[in-house]
Design a protein around this ligand. Sequence first.
Ligand code: XIL
Length: 357
Amino acid sequence: MKKYFLYTLLGCVILSVLFSFENLNVENKGLKELTTFPIGTAVRVDQLQSDAKLKELQIHNFNSITAENDMKMYNVKPNEEEYNWEKVDKVIAYGDTNEQRIFGHTLIWHSGTPDWVEKKGRKDTLWLDNFLKTYIFEYVSRYKGKVDGWDVVNEAFDTKGGNYRKTLWYDVLGKEYIAKAFSYAHEADPAAKLFYNDFNIERDTAKLHAMLKMVNDLKNDNVPISGIGFQMHIRVDVPDEIIEYSLKKAVETGLQIHLSEVDIIFNKHDDSKNGGVQKYQELTEEMKIAQAEKYKNLVKMYKEIVPKNQQYGITFWGFTDRDTWVRSFFNIDDWPCLFDDNLEPKPAYYAFKEALN
Ligand code: XIL
């Protein structure tokens, strides 16, 4: 009897040592090592080059990058005379050197359109039609085989509800600009995955359904669309049920699903620049836990609802509270990311990890 007790005790000790080794192992692993789908983040390449700690964290955790601003139209085509490839080349070089997937963001977006295109395009339909084609063709061909996928069209629907956004592109070329953009991108790089990307589609049902109708129409017309990007800029109190519903509906299209710009805030805003409302003055322990729970649930939903062959990956819109776009854009203090202001992991980081694993 005594012997039996000793053996059991020994067994327990061995198991718990093994278990803690395994835990230690997970603790040391980066996010990217714990999953079969890519884990990405938005990056500012110049900043990564000048901040060793940030770069180390980035390389340790992520295997996919999206340029936060460097690949937008106003940077690539600042004037009519020239293309500015310098920044894009840097993004590509960073991705190549560190063996990370490069995601192109974004070809056609109202907020990325430089003023000179806006002005000229409003006066000359033919010119704009031709510019849409040459811009996409030159850009996508230049990085053929380097950029894995593109947000071809970003935010074509109004902030709220199911109407098309009245942008330069829509006003002058009609909604056909969307199908054209996808076709030109496909022509330039037939292997690149081509996404439609938008925000609030995880919670605004009218917007979700309008987007799905557009996507299904594109598919029926044999327009080469490969995926849907849910930006997923959410607040900690968006109900999981509504996100679940939206993901399920999107999965039914059979397309790739990318959570393309994830962050989770506490405060409110109206989606416009400087539109933040400072409800919480500081980040408490309870808030950290609530946020961690939300990050965990998001991964769980993604893993459970999106079939493996449709999982394009999860990309964060930056990974530190210090550098989040939310603060400057909405003009509020908030803490939406996995790492804090001192680049230390928050409970959200561990919860996200746990859910991946
Ligand atoms: C944001 C950047 O993070 C900011 O630095 C910039 O001032 C404005 O754009 N949806 C998108 C992204 O598709 O391109 C936006 O990025 C955030 C919202």
